[in-house]
Every structure is written in C-alpha cells, then in structure tokens.
Design a protein around this ligand. Structure first.
Ligand SMILES: Nc1nc2c(c(=O)[nH]1)N[C@H]1C(S)=C(S)[C@@H](COP(=O)(O)O)O[C@H]1N2
Ligand SMILES: [Mo]
Length: 338
C-alpha cells in the first residue's frame, strides 16, 4: 500500500475539523471504503468563532498542518468518541511554552519544526540521524484512537497518526545491553520561552526527558506520533514527532523529540526528577494508586457533556489497556513501581 504525505503546498485546510464533521468524514471513509483520501473533504463549516472566546489566537484554525494519508487497522479502532479537535489542540501541557493550559497554543506557533532531525544512539549497532520529514513520507502511518489520561486526572480521546515505536528501534539494531529507551525534547530557549525562564517553565530542568523499559517501548501500542485528526501534529501537541504510550499517564508522552537513546540503565525522567514521591518512572494509569495529593480513581473527561465541558468517569486500570499490557508487569508491586 502506498502511503504518502502531501506536500504543504498541495493542500491546505483552513477550517478546523469539528468533532461532528470529523466523525461524519470517518463514516464517509468507512461507508465508501475509500481509505484516507476522503478525510481531506472540505470541512464546510467554521464553528471556531462560536467555540472559543475572543482572546483565543486566530492561529487556532489549522496551524498550517498538512493532511496525512494513513491506514486504519481495525484492531485499534475501539468504540471511543474522539474529543473535539479544537479542545485537544488548545488545552495542552507543554511546559516549554508555559504552564497554563492555554500557553502552548499561544506560544508554540513560532516553533520551527522543519527541518527536524532525531538522533538515535546509545546501545545500538546502527546509530543514525533521522531526517524526520523525509522519514515520515516513507512511513505507513496508522490511525489509533486512544484514551489519553493526564496524571492531573483529566482525560481525552484522541485519534493519533503514527508508527509503532518498535519500528524505529528495530531499525537501529539494539545491542544486547539495551534495556531501556531514553527520549529527549528539543532544548532551545530562544524558541521555548519556558526554557528561558524558570518561572515560565514551571521550574523544570530542561530538556524534558522521558524513558521506557525496552519491552514497553517494543509493545505494539507504543507509538511515535506525527499527526492527529488526520493531519500533522500542531506544535502545541508536540510537532513534529512525539511519543504516545496510552496505558501510561500523559507526561510519559514526551513531545518534539530530538533524541532517542538506547540505554543499559533506567534513564532519568523529568517529573520523577522533580518530585519522585509523586511521579514514578512507570507512571502506569492505575485507579488504585492515588497521587499523594489527589485521587486517581476517576477523571474529568474533557469535552464530554458539552464542548469544553467535562464529565466525571471512573479511571480504568492501565487506562483501559489492561488486557494488552498487564503481562508486562506480572509479579511487580504496582504500588512500589508507580
Ligand atoms: N516536552 C514535553 N512533553 C510533554 C509535556 C511537556 O510539558 N513537555 N507535558 C506532558 C503532559 S503532562 C501531558 S498530559 C501531555 C499532553 O499532551 P497534549 O497536550 O497533546 O494533550 O504531554 C506530555 N509531554
Ligand atoms: Mo499530564
């Protein structure tokens, strides 16, 4: 199957894709068996002004994103209703641009994501520098509709586009010493205001870093994400490439990745370094292990119960992916390894 990413010049969508239209398009895609091309139908409605207050930046419409072409394997299309796109792209955590939920959409638009390279190094036989945009064109992108659960007890449902993380790791031929995978976000205080000021950036020691155990990284649910809602990632969601590990708290999903290193020992992770008592290395979603300052038993489903509204719902073990991932932690005390 030929999968291609359109050039920026070929197609630009100026409207946002409201949830209803997104779903309608999906139905069209499924009904006609057309494949992803149908996703580039014109949205035909611009509801943005009704949804966002006057203070919201005009740039919130489409961020210059490119439509992506992708396959839709049935296995990862659970009956989940995606959160409205304009909510998922304007209520974000990306502390490099500020700690307020509305900071990333406001301050990340200027981030230069082209060209972009990712270094793959450490315990690999074939270290490499990946030119992300050229690489993206060669990937067979998959859409996966995943639950997205922040440790702050809010959640969304997001249709991501990307590739299994395993594919890029395998391509580098890990050595027998490779036991963990470490990730690093761009460090560029000139572009990232939160890195230039500890006050703006929430006191984090940048660059933001994260890690996974090798078996977690190789698990088929772990994804390197390059798009959402049928288009390339908006900057505020971690363009051009971010990690998504759906059974873990959102902070494991490191954004705007520039380095992936295979390591022998457990790598540091940003939130764990900041407050190890509150944020563990594993960070598996677990309704039975509370955050020291709040319960993790339930979550605020953002965008459910009206746009920008929310509904309380119970949090699921491993965020609903227990069947797929519980075996990774067999015999481990999840209270100790939180
Ligand atoms: N580099 C970087 N990655 C990051 C963060 C961040 O502040 N910096 N925030 C994390 C947190 S706490 C969450 S919940 C998710 C939010 O992703 P979203 O804005 O796409 O919903 O990104 C994660 N990745
Ligand atoms: Mo989060």
């Amino acid at each position: 199957m030929l999968i291609r990413v359109r050039k920026k010049s070929e197609l630009k969508e100026h409207q946002v894709t409201p949830e209803a239209i997104y779903k309608q398009r999906r139905r069209i895609v499924q009904g006609l068996g057309l494949g992803a091309a149908a996703l580039s139908l014109p949205a035909g409605a611009n509801v943005l002004s009704n949804l966002l207050g006057k203070d919201e930046p005009a740039a919130v419409s489409d961020f210059g994103r490119k439509p992506l072409v992708f396959s839709q394997p049935d296995a990862y299309q659970p009956a989940l209703t995606p959160t409205a796109e304009q909510v998922a792209t304007s209520y974000n955590n990306f502390f490099e641009f500020g700690t307020d939920k509305s900071d990333p959409v406001r301050f990340a638009q200027g981030l230069k994501t082209e060209p972009w390279t990712i270094e793959i190094d450490g315990e690999v036989e074939k270290p490499q520098t990946i030119d992300v945009w050229a690489w993206m064109e060669k990937q067979q992108l998959e859409e996966r509709i995943y639950r997205h659960r922040c440790v702050e007890a809010w959640s969304m449902v997001i249709p991501w586009l990307g590739v299994p993380l395993a594919s890029i790791i395998k391509a580098a031929n890990p050595t027998s010493k490779a036991k963990y995978v470490a990730f690093e976000t761009l460090y560029d205080p000139e572009q990232m205001r939160g890195q230039a000021s500890r006050y703006v950036g929430g006191g984090i020691d940048y660059p933001y870093v994260e890690g996974l155990r090798m078996d977690e990284a190789m698990h088929p649910l772990s994804m390197l994400v390059v798009g959402m809602y049928g288009k390339t990632l908006p900057n505020q969601n971690g363009a051009p490439v971010r990690l998504v590990v759906p059974w873990k708290y959102g902070f494991k999903g490191i954004k705007s990745i520039v380095r992936i290193s295979l390591t022998e020992h457990e790598p540091p992770s940003t939130w764990n370094k900041l407050a190890s008592y509150e944020y563990g290395f594993y960070a598996n979603v677990n309704p039975n292990v509370d955050h020291p300052r709040w319960s993790q038993a339930s979550e605020r489903a953002i965008g459910a119960g009206g746009l920008f509204g929310s509904e309380r719902k119970p949090t699921l073990m491993f965020n609903g992916y227990e069947e797929e991932v519980a075996s990774l932690y067999a015999g481990m005390d999840l209270r100790k390894f939180y």
